[in-house]
Ligand binder design. Structure first.
Ligand code: FES
Length: 131
């Protein structure tokens, strides 16, 4: 059996949602100190809490790129509440699995998305306090 599934290879070669969102409503950046990989997620959220757009930048391994690509696809168009429940396990499953020593790459994707959602919520709260 190949080490990487076709889906991992596909998302690694043709990553979806690569880039940045200039006026993002939430930005999250996380890194893994062991491998040195970094992932950054940008969110655009509508007034009624739907993730309209999501982009990522990943400085990291192939599995990290595939994981961020898949993770952004999984939350795009979804309500914030649903995105908050995204787990690295769901990302890995959607990729038809990752090798055991590469599971931490999907954890990075989960953490980056959670960080961006947290930033979005903090900004929203700050906006409300100012209003
Ligand atoms: Fe660190 Fe993949 S090796 S994120």
């Amino acid at each position: 059996m190949a080490l990487y599934s076709d889906k991992v290879m596909d998302h690694f070669r043709n990553p979806r949602n690569v880039g940045i969102i200039e006026d993002a409503d939430g930005v999250g950046e996380v890194g893994n100190t062991m491998c040195g990989d970094i992932m950054k997620i940008y969110l655009k959220v509508s007034d009624d809490g739907i993730i309209e757009d999501v982009k990522f930048e990943t400085f990291g391994c192939g599995s990290a790129i595939a994981s961020s690509s898949m993770a952004t696809e999984l939350i795009k168009g979804k309500p914030v509440s649903e995105a908050m429940e995204l787990t690295n396990k769901a990302v890995a499953e959607a990729l038809d699995g990752l090798p055991a020593h590469k599971m931490h790459c999907s954890v990075l994707a989960e953490e980056a998305i959670q960080a961006a959602l947290e930033d979005y919520q903090n900004k929203k709260l700050a906006g409300k306090l100012q209003a």
